[in-house]
Design a protein around this ligand. Structure first.
Ligand code: ZN
Length: 119
C-alpha cells in the first residue's frame, strides 16, 4: 500500500511537470489550459499556412494536456482513496482489484473484468 502511494506521488510529480511545460493552471476554473501562442492572439497573421500550423500545435498541446489532466485526476482519485481507506476497491462491482493490475497501474479504478465499464 505504502509502495503504491509513493509510486502515485512520483507519477503525480512527473505529470505536473509535464503539464506545466504545456500549459498553465487556471485557478478560477480549476483546469489546465494549453499555453496560447501569443503571436496568434496579438498579431494579424498574414501567412495562412503558418497560422494553421501554429493552430495545430495549439490543438495538439490542448489534447495532450487533457490526456495528462485525466491521468492526474485518476492519480488524485487513487491518492484520496488511500486517505479514506478504500484503495484497491473496484468502482463498478465493489470487489477487490487484482494485485497484478494495481502493480502495473496503481491508479486503476476497477477490477480487470470491469475495466471497460468506466469512462
Ligand atoms: Zn469490478
Amino acid at each position: 500500500m505504502e509502495k503504491n502511494k509513493i509510486k502515485l506521488e512520483e507519477e503525480k510529480k512527473l505529470l505536473e511537470e509535464e503539464l506545466k511545460s504545456l500549459g498553465k493552471f487556471d485557478k478560477e476554473t480549476g483546469d489546465w489550459e494549453a499555453m496560447p501562442e501569443s503571436e496568434i492572439n496579438k498579431q494579424e497573421v498574414s501567412d495562412d499556412g503558418d497560422m494553421a500550423e501554429r493552430a495545430e500545435d495549439y490543438e495538439e498541446r490542448s489534447s495532450k494536456l487533457s490526456a495528462l489532466e485525466s491521468r492526474l485526476e485518476d492519480i488524485n482519485n487513487a491518492l484520496s482513496k488511500i486517505e479514506i481507506g478504500n484503495y484497491g476497491v473496484c468502482e463498478v462491482c465493489g470487489g477487490k482489484i487484482e494485485e497484478e493490475r494495481i502493480e502495473v497501474n496503481p491508479s486503476a479504478r476497477t477490477c480487470e473484468a470491469d475495466m471497460n465499464k468506466v469512462i
